[in-house]
Design a protein around this ligand. Sequence first.
Ligand SMILES: NC(=O)c1ccc[n+]([C@@H]2O[C@H](COP(=O)([O-])OP(=O)(O)OC[C@H]3O[C@@H](n4cnc5c(N)ncnc54)[C@H](O)[C@@H]3O)[C@@H](O)[C@H]2O)c1
Length: 253
Amino acid sequence: MEVKNKVVVVTGGASGIGLSTAKLLAESGARVAIFDVNEQALNEAVSVIGGDCLAVCVNVANEASVSAGFDRVVERYGGIDAAVLNAGILRDGLLIRVDKDTGKVKGKMPLEQWQAVIDVNLTGVFLTGREAACRMVDCGRKGVIVLLSSIAKKGNMGQTPYSAAKAGVAALANVWGKELARFGIRVASVSPGFIETPMVMKDMKPEMLDKFKKMIPVGRLGRPEEIAHAIRFVVENDLICASDIEPSGGMSL
Ligand SMILES: NC(=O)c1ccc[n+]([C@@H]2O[C@H](COP(=O)([O-])OP(=O)(O)OC[C@H]3O[C@@H](n4cnc5c(N)ncnc54)[C@H](O)[C@@H]3O)[C@@H](O)[C@H]2O)c1
């Protein structure tokens, strides 16, 4: 699909990979709508992205909010051609913690921690992906939906809900890629490795950063713009469907 003049929704578009993707697609001539829960970041993002950009405060985990967000996009642009389902959160922790002295369990992951990540990273993708597909079909447009998974989909220590959600997201790319191709809609996932975004860098200690770099064959974390390029590639290449690509610098779990 040629990006120029297409209408693209980017969820979580106010920060990190979403912001870089929205900017790159706008520079490529797309009309971009960003969805995010962070209102202040949304307002700042609009000036970074430039072009004909619409910012809508949407919680991807809330069905009514998602539906209202897509209404705004269709009202403003008359339809939708592509969606990048990128909004996500991290709430890392171990499943159980065991006391060294007694050998007994002293803590377990709270249900709320599991649920918060599943709600945004998996249910949020379900809600926004379902809505994007409905709008594409109803507006009579062919389209493409790109889902943000992660190399954590294989199972990363300390990431019970995150890994489960990202495995689910990679599976959805395959399910939806097969189901929606008959309507001219392609679906694929992008699974980044460690990328320098606020999500990863927020509480990163220098010694931890050095440890991560040693785990990555190319010797550095990825940059959000590099993931944005991979996403644009999926949007543009009409043969990519029901599959996953891993821009990870060679890192694998
Ligand atoms: N940074 C990495 O190393 C990395 C690696 C693999 C996958 N990913 C995935 O890429 C995506 C983007 O991550 P990032 O690193 O740019 O993170 P980020 O924290 O910089 O950006 C995420 C954005 O999503 C928004 N968001 C959070 N919850 C939301 C909700 N309920 N509704 C709407 N918006 C919401 C946030 O406000 C934020 O603007 C995520 O899905 C993440 O899991 C990131």
